[in-house]
Design a protein around this ligand. Structure first.
Ligand code: FAD
Length: 449
C-alpha cells in the first residue's frame, strides 16, 4: 500500500459522548491530523469510583498514543485467581508473570475516573501530535441530519461535521438515529458494586488482598450466577468489588449507574455461604450501587453515511471478559488508522465501511464470549487456557476465546487486508483478519488452515 495518500484531507470531526471511548477517539483522530470537538451530555461531576481494566490489547494503544499511563495510577496485574466460593482456596490461577514479555504490554487495572482524566488530558492538552481537541460539556445530542452531518443538541445548539462518532454509551441516541434498534433482554444476573479501602480492611485485621496485585474471583463456575470480582486500583489503595447474584435475589435491571447508595445488608443478603474472608470486606463496603445488566444481541451494522458508533454504543457487552473499555479503545485506534495520512484517500464512506467490517466481528465475538463467561468462568480469557483444572469445562472448545486471539491481533494488517480488497489491490501480508497465518490457538484452531 502506498505511503502518504495524495488525497488525504483534514476533517472536522464531532464526537458525541466524552467517556473512555470518546476521549480515546479524540486522541487517535487529532494524532491523525483532524480537528476534533467532543460533545458531552454531562459535566463529569459526581461520579463514584470503580475499577476498569485495560489488558495488553488496550494498553498498547495508550503507549502508541503517548498517553501518560502513570497518571492513571494503575495496578499492574500479576495474576487472575479464581477462588472456591466457600473456602476461598484458589481453584484456577492464570499467571501473568510472562504477560509483558509475551505481549509487549502490561495488564493495567485503573480507577475509572483516573483513566478518564488521563485520556481527557491527552485529548485536550497542547502537548502531543495534532491540534488539541475541544470539549463542550452539557451538550446532549438529540438528532443528526444524516445528509448534511448537522448535529442538534438539547440545548438548542447545532454543529456540522464531516465525520460524526456516536460514543454515547450503552443507551446511545446516535444508534437509534442511524436506524439500529437493539434486541436486548435483562440479564438473569444482577450486580452490586462496592468500594473498600485497603487501609480500613487492614486496620480491622482482614486479609490484605491488595498484596496479590490480582484480579480475583470467588465462584463463577459453570451454571452459577453468583460471583464476586475483586479488582484493586489506585496503586492497591482501593478495592473495587463487583458482586453478582441471580436476578430473582434482587432485580436492578431498570436502575441506572449513579443512583443512590444501597444499604450494606442488601449487598450481603445473597451470600450466606460465601468465604468469610471476602465477606468481611463486603461488610465494610461503601458506595454500594447497582449496575444494570442487559444482554444485547450483536447489531447488524455500526455506521451510516458519515456517522459511526464506537464503544458501548456499538457493542455493549456483559462485564465478564473485562474488555468493554479495551474494545472502545480498539475502535478508536481503528478510526485513527483509517483516517491517517497513510490510509485515508478522502473517502469517508470507504473508511467507515472498513471500520464496520473490522470492528463488528471482533467486538461481537468478545460480546458473545462475555455473555458465556457470565455463568462459566472457564470461558473467561486467561482461565480458558487452564484446561488442566478439575472444574474446567467450556461450551465449545473450538469457539472459546483465548488470550492468544486477543493479543496476537494486528489491526494495521487487518485494515491493510480489507482496504486492499475494497480497492482491488493485492494484499501481500501473511495475516488473515489481523491474525498471523499459521498461528495455532490453544483451542487447536490454526489461522488460515
Ligand atoms: C461500573 C462499571 C465497571 C466497568 N468495569 C470494566 C472493566 O473492568 N473493564 C472493562 O474493559 N470495561 C469495564 N466497564 C465497561 C466500560 O467502562 C465501558 O465498556 C466503557 O467505558 C465504554 O466506554 P464508552 O465511552 O463507550 O461509554 P461510556 O464510558 O458509558 O461513555 C459514554 C459517554 O457518553 C455520554 N453521553 C450519553 N448520552 C449522550 C448524548 N446523547 N450526547 C452526548 N453525550 C452523551 C455519557 O455521559 C458518557 O460520558 C465497566 C463499566 C461500568 C459502568
Amino acid at each position: 500500500m502506498g505511503s502518504i495518500s495524495e488525497s488525504w484531507r483534514r476533517l472536522s470531526v464531532g464526537i458525541c459522548g466524552g467517556g473512555i471511548g470518546g476521549m480515546s477517539a479524540a486522541i487517535a483522530l487529532r494524532r491523525s491530523g483532524h480537528d476534533v470537538t467532543i460533545y458531552e451530555k454531562h459535566d463529569f461531576a459526581g461520579e463514584v469510583g470503580a475499577s476498569v481494566s485495560c489488558a495488553a490489547n488496550g494498553t498498547r494503544w495508550l503507549h502508541e498514543w503517548n498517553v501518560d499511563v502513570a497518571k492513571g495510577d494503575p495496578v499492574v496485574l500479576k495474576k487472575l485467581i479464581n477462588r472456591d466460593w466457600k473456602t476461598g482456596e484458589p481453584v484456577s490461577v492464570y499467571d501473568l508473570d510472562d504477560y509483558e514479555e509475551r505481549w509487549g504490554y502490561v495488564y493495567n487495572m485503573f480507577h475509572r475516573q483516573y483513566m478518564h482524566s488521563m485520556l481527557k488530558d491527552t485529548a485536550l492538552q497542547e502537548q502531543g501530535e495534532g491540534v488539541p481537541a475541544i470539549l463542550k460539556v452539557n451538550h446532549s445530542c438529540e438528532d443528526i441530519n444524516l445528509e448534511t452531518g448537522t448535529i442538534t443538541f438539547r440545548n438548542g445548539v447545532t454543529a456540522r461535521h464531516d465525520l460524526i462518532i456516536g460514543a454515547d454509551g450503552i443507551g446511545s441516541v446516535v444508534r437509534g438515529i442511524i436506524g439500529v434498534q437493539p434486541e436486548k433482554t435483562p440479564s438473569e444476573q444482577s450486580c452490586l458494586h462496592a468500594n473498600v479501602t485497603t487501609e480500613e480492611a487492614v486496620k480491622l485485621g482482614f486479609v490484605d488482598y491488595s498484596q496479590d496485585s490480582a484480579l480475583e474471583y470467588w465462584g463463577g463456575q459453570e451454571g452459577k450466577w453468583d460471583k464476586i470480582v475483586l479488582s484493586p486500583c489506585n496503586g492497591g489503595k482501593l478495592l473495587s468489588y463487583y458482586c453478582f447474584f441471580p436476578r430473582d435475589k434482587g432485580d436492578y435491571s431498570t436502575q441506572t449507574w449513579g443512583g443512590d447508595d444501597r444499604p450494606v445488608e442488601e449487598l450481603l443478603a445473597p451470600y450466606p455461604e460465601l468465604d468469610s474472608h471476602v465477606l468481611n470486606h463486603l461488610k465494610i463496603g461503601k458506595e454500594i450501587r447497582p449496575w444494570r445488566l442487559w444482554v444485547h444481541n450483536p447489531y447488524p451494522y455500526i455506521h451510516k453515511n458519515m456517522v459511526c458508533l464506537l464503544g458501548d454504543a456499538g457493542h455493549p457487552m456483559m462485564p465478564h471478559q473485562s474488555q468493554g473499555a479495551c474494545m472502545g479503545i480498539e475502535d478508536a485506534a481503528a478510526l485513527g488508522i483509517l483516517f491517517s495520512k497513510k490510509f485515508f484517500r478522502g473517502d469517508i464512506y470507504e473508511a467507515l465501511a472498513v471500520y464496520d467490517q473490522i470492528r463488528l466481528p471482533r467486538a461481537t465475538r468478545v460480546q458473545a464470549a462475555a455473555a458465556k463467561a457470565a455463568y462459566n468462568i472457564n470461558e473467561r480469557i486467561g482461565f480458558s487456557n487452564n484446561k488442566n483444572i478439575a472444574t474446567y469445562k467450556v461450551e465449545d472448545e473450538k469457539k472459546k476465546l483465548t488470550i492468544e486471539e486477543m493479543n496476537s491481533y494486528d489491526m494495521y494488517q487487518d485494515i491493510e487486508e480489507k482496504l486492499a480488497a475494497r480497492r482491488g489491490e493485492k494484499y501481500q501480508g501473511k495475516w488473515m483478519d489481523g491474525l498471523p497465518i499459521g498461528l495455532e490457538l490453544p483451542n487447536g484452531v490454526v489461522i488460515g488452515a
